[in-house]
Design a protein around this ligand. Structure first.
Ligand SMILES: [Zn+2]
Length: 86
């Protein structure tokens, strides 16, 4: 059961891996394709894996990952709605 705290909304189980946009502190390659380079100071998507290790991706890859994830979530949400109607 979700717990209520301080009148805030009940927290739900997150289905997303921890991720946030960070700034590259040094030049390096994108974690998805080493032909994508990130220069110092550029924004990047940092994803934390199950071992607590950070992986950094360029913004083009970040947009592709987010779009793909959004599509998967939309398909699952539609399926959940259909199943709830049966
Ligand atoms: Zn990339």
């Amino acid at each position: 059961m979700a717990q209520m705290s301080n009148g805030a909304m009940a927290r739900v189980e997150s289905i997303l891996v921890p991720m946030e946009f960070t700034t590259a502190s040094h030049a390096h390659e994108c974690g998805y394709d080493d032909r994508h380079s990130l220069e110092t100071g550029m924004a990047r998507l940092t994803i934390l894996d199950e071992h607590g290790e950070e992986h950094h991706y360029c913004l083009n890859c970040a947009r592709a990952f987010l779009r793909e994830g959004l599509e998967q979530v939309q398909v699952l949400l539609e399926a959940a709605k259909r199943l709830a109607d049966i």
